[in-house]
Design a protein around this ligand. Structure first.
Ligand SMILES: Cc1cc2nc3c(=O)[nH]c(=O)nc-3n(C[C@H](O)[C@H](O)[C@H](O)COP(=O)(O)O)c2cc1C
Length: 209
């Protein structure tokens, strides 16, 4: 499917959680790569890219994860299911993201050493804190993924309804990573359920409570 001319506001307004998909439709590898690359523009703390994504297109693999996702039909009907993972050891990426900047003369050696030190200190934190960081940062990637899909004409549904332990086992997810969200995506065959949003007066607090 080609990029559809939509404004950014329209992409935001028209993205909704779609649960019904055209079966047997495939998204090309090229397009998937473009979509994932767009999602990759998400920000992350210290630019550590706390996300990984498992891309599931094989029907047999979708059937294997169906019961793990409480038999939510979109898992098998959608063109693709993304399993967004968070990195519990994102400090291990520090060198890879910062060293090229030093080599390119864009970051001083001193600033680089300090960044590495700060990151290492932060990652001495207990698992609960590293988990929080994985969820926070990988969720930004997940949101961008859904918007990139929408801008290409694909609908999606974010899913927290799955049994994480079973998913880890089925997909052989290493201990370093934690499942954050599943996202099923493809061509909608029925619109999303109608949803509302609170008026902004209900959610905005000016200056302080
Ligand atoms: C973290 C998260 C988990 C969700 N889990 C599921 C899910 O397991 N199954 C599902 O059908 N929808 C799921 N949803 C979709 C929400 O129900 C939906 O986004 C919300 O009702 C607002 O509807 P809209 O996105 O269509 O505007 C989830 C959404 C989020 C953000």
């Amino acid at each position: 499917m080609n990029k559809i001319e939509q404004t950014f506001d329209e992409v935001l307004r028209e993205r909704h959680a779609v649960r019904h998909y055209q079966k047997d439709h495939a998204i090309s590898q090229k397009e998937l790569q473009e979509i994932i690359q767009l999602a990759q523009t998400a920000p992350s703390a210290w630019n550590l890219h706390h996300w990984r994504v498992i891309v599931i297109q094989d029907p047999a693999q979708k059937r294997a994860i169906l019961p793990i996702a409480y038999n939510q039909q979109q898992v098998v009907d959608a063109s693709v299911v993304f399993v967004v993972l968070g990195d519990l050891e994102a400090n291990k990426s520090a060198d890879a993201v910062h060293r090229p900047l030093v080599d390119a003369g864009l970051m001083s050696e001193k600033a680089y050493q300090k960044a590495l030190q700060d990151i290492d200190n932060a990652y001495q934190a207990p698992l609960s804190i590293r988990r929080e960081s994985a969820f926070l940062n990988a969720s930004l990637f997940a949101m961008q993924l859904m918007l990139a899909l929408k801008s290409r004409g694909y609908d999606s549904v974010p899913m927290g309804g799955f049994q994480a332990d079973q998913l880890i086992e089925e997909l052989r997810i290493p201990e370093r990573y934690i499942p954050i969200m599943m996202i099923a995506a493809g061509i909608a065959t029925a619109p999303a359920y109608k949803t509302i949003r609170f008026p902004i007066e209900d959610i905005v607090i000016h200056e302080s409570f």
